[in-house]
Design a protein around this ligand. Structure first.
Ligand code: CP
Ligand code: NVA
Length: 304
């Protein structure tokens, strides 16, 4: 694997390989088994949006693997003053061993990979969030012991999370149902991809229909980073698109809940459901560390 730009680029086997390595690295981490698989390597982390989990898990992950990570804020980089991504890519390729980037346009991530000569990892764009979904799949497999045939229901905005969950979930054999308002559907390229899985994918505006018999209920904020000007309109448009007791009662009795975080309680999820399922949600947050270490080893390391 050369880069992680989006899950559409990965095969099922590549995704499962990452999850297996993530499980192994998690086991080693819990048992204090050191593995300096990225000894002496440096990851540059470009952030054009805020982050808690992504920044801290990548930075800690690099340290645990024997390397180091540099936090490169848009406010400080020349890219924030208009230096072209083509030039930034070629300069950073002369210093670093890999780049993680969180930005707006997916094209910027693709360009970084195209013009640079080192691995690029997508740490979230408006289009997708592949690192998050790898951690999600890892967590679901930990709790359900399988992925094949597991039903995931996502309720909310057809945003970067919905796009990546559809692609990742379908590729590993899950059934995926999405409930979103008609004006907030997932990206058309993702819906095109999902056409290859007619028996495994449903898209509806009916939350309860989507939640029926779900093994996993997933939601995300109504207003993503960069959309803050639409907050009030979105509060109206998404009213009711919430994981609450009623929605849980339509899912399987042992259904788990996932949220990429940060969460807005009483908007996309009630405080009660969030706290009842907090262990699953924070396992998911923890697994960002292990899944991303696996991704970094795959693209920057020797271990395959
Ligand atoms: N879920 C996620 O990517 O969190 P951060 O925005 O805190 O990185
Ligand atoms: N959809 C959210 C995900 C945050 C991890 C956003 O893009 O802000």
């Amino acid at each position: 694997m050369e880069h992680l730009l989006k899950l559409l680029d990965l095969s099922k086997d590549e995704i499962i390989d990452i999850l297996n390595l993530a499980d192994q690295l998690k086991y080693e981490n819990k048992n204090d088994i050191e593995h300096k698989l990225l000894k002496g390597k440096t990851l540059g982390m470009i952030f054009q949006k805020s982050s808690t989990r992504t920044r801290v898990s990548f930075e800690t992950g690099m340290y645990q693997l024997g390397g180091q990570a540099l936090f490169l804020s848009n406010r400080d980089l020349q890219i924030g003053r208009g230096e072209p991504v083509q030039d930034t890519a070629r300069v950073l390729s002369r210093y670093l061993d890999g780049i993680m980037i969180r930005t707006f346009e997916q094209q910027e991530v693709e360009d970084l990979a195209k013009f640079g000569s080192i691995p690029v990892i997508n740490g979230l764009t408006d289009f997708c969030h592949p690192c998050q979904v790898l951690a999600d799949l890892m967590t679901i497999r930990e709790h359900k012991n399988r992925l094949d045939g597991v039903k995931l229901c996502y309720i909310g905005d057809g945003n970067n999370m919905a796009n990546s969950l559809i692609v990742g979930g379908l590729k590993v054999g899950m059934n995926v149902s999405i409930a979103c308002p008609d004006d907030y559907r997932p990206h058309k390229s993702v819906l095109e991809f999902a056409k290859d899985y007619p028996d495994k994918f449903t898209l509806t505006s009916n939350i309860l229909e989507a939640a029926a018999d779900a093994d996993v209920l997933y939601t995300d904020v109504w207003t993503s980073m960069g959309e803050e000007a639409e907050t009030q309109k979105r509060k109206k448009d998404f009213a009711g698109y919430q994981i609450n007791d009623e929605v849980m009662s339509y899912a399987k009795s042992d259904a788990m809940v996932q949220h990429c975080l940060p969460a807005h309680r009483e908007e996309e999820i009630t405080e009660k459901v969030f706290e009842l399922h907090a262990d699953e949600i924070f396992d998911e947050a923890e697994n960002r560390l292990h899944a991303q270490k696996a991704v970094m080893v795959k693209v920057m390391g020797e271990r395959v």
